[in-house]
Write a protein that binds this ligand. Structure first.
Ligand SMILES: Cc1ncc(COP(=O)(O)O)c(C=O)c1O
Length: 343
């Protein structure tokens, strides 16, 4: 099937759930608060990259590729979900990890290997060098008579979130949720720019709140402008310009840097788990949810406007993040311990 003039291979089984967070509403004193569960998809434990992969795999199949090639850290969500998508599409998958093959890396990439991917550890290196290695791997595959497709084109990947904006509006209208404010992480750009582009195509029903988890403001805004421009070119669509949209950049939650913990993210992770039994992690969603909670508590947004947190997934990373927490590492400070009878 095609969407926005691009081939799409279905990997989601329907809209992801949209839920009210009523226990959290009671604690924070604001309603309604919604969560869109993009961490809740059937394939490969789900997450935002699965929406992008619908278009990456669509492009791969159109080119008659027979193997997906992807690169990332051993615990990369994109790598795991590419392995999952390859399994669903009947393609092979080669993953390049820019890390040493040690015990941690072996465990962190275990899900991808269970899904059938072939893993190559190429040692630590920056993203530029890693891209060259990926090209070399693809070339080697070609010489071996294979037809590789390199996963990761940000513009093609962004189309997944243009669809997600329409899906969220449909759910909001059907349920009467009236969602106005949508919060999501600001990182490499495809997810958030896709959402912004989809929102523009709908006439900007949502105000988009981007919580930076990786870059400074100028960098993040430039990434979004570039992908937005390329989306217009590749789809031939010309929705209202970026300047017409309500995009709010929240730059105060990054802390010491990408994937580095903050006390606010820890508090947010514990709050969502202990009110709604939903997991977040430290890299993307914890920091974003910390901002969401602050905005729900504070008076910055009109009191009658519905807020929605877009949970982009990544929860498997939590298994590697125990040492990033302060509170739950202390044996006598968790709620469970507090409930145990003294002995
Ligand atoms: C769970 C999760 N959320 C958000 C993002 C950010 O998406 P993007 O790189 O498209 O900005 C990622 C990227 O890997 C992710 O894994």
């Amino acid at each position: 099937m095609t969407d926005f003039g691009h081939s799409r291979f279905a990997l989601l089984d329907g809209p992801t759930p949209l839920r009210r967070m009523e226990r959290l509403e009671a604690t924070l004193g604001r309603r309604p608060l919604y969560i869109k569960r993009d961490d809740h998809m059937e394939a490969g434990l789900g997450g935002n990259k699965l929406r992008s992969l619908e278009f990456w795999v669509g492009a791969a199949l159109e080119e008659e590729a027979d193997v997906l090639v992807v690169a990332g850290e051993p615990n990369s969500n994109q790598c795991r979900l590419t392995a999952a998508a390859a399994a669903k599409a009947g393609l092979d998958c080669v993953i390049v990890h820019n890390a040493h093959q040690d015990d941690w890396a072996g465990r962190a990439s275990a899900l991808s290997r269970i899904l059938g991917a072939t893993i190559r550890f190429v040692g630590p290196m920056d993203e530029n060098r890693r891209s060259n290695v990926v090209e070399d791997v693809a070339e080697q595959l070609r010489l071996d008579g294979r037809r590789p497709y390199v996963v990761g084109n940000g513009v093609v990947g962004a189309l997944g979130y243009a669809r997600a904006a329409a899906e969220l509006l449909r759910q909001s209208d059907e349920t009467g949720a009236g969602i106005r404010h949508v919060f999501l992480p600001g990182s490499m750009g495809p997810t958030e720019t896709g959402f912004i582009f989809g929102n523009a195509l709908l006439g900007n029903p949502f105000e988009v709140h981007l919580v930076s988890v990786e870059y400074g403001l100028a960098d993040l805004a430039a990434r979004i402008a570039r992908i937005d421009r390329d989306l217009r070119r590749t789809t031939g669509l010309n929705p209202p310009p970026l300047e017409d949209a309500a995009i709010h950049y929240h730059m105060d939650y990054l802390g010491p840097g990408y994937a580095r913990p903050t006390p606010q993210a820890e508090e947010a992770i514990l709050a969502l788990a202990r009110h709604e039994a939903i997991f977040l992690e430290h890299t993307y969603t914890g920091k974003t949810f910390a901002c969401f909670m602050d905005m729900a508590k504070g008076g910055a947004l009109p009191a009658d406007e519905a807020m929605c947190f877009l949970h982009t997934g990544g929860v498997p990373a939590l298994f590697w993040q125990l040492d990033l927490f302060n509170l739950i590492r202390q044996p006598d400070s968790g709620r469970t311990e507090a409930l145990l009878p003294a002995v």
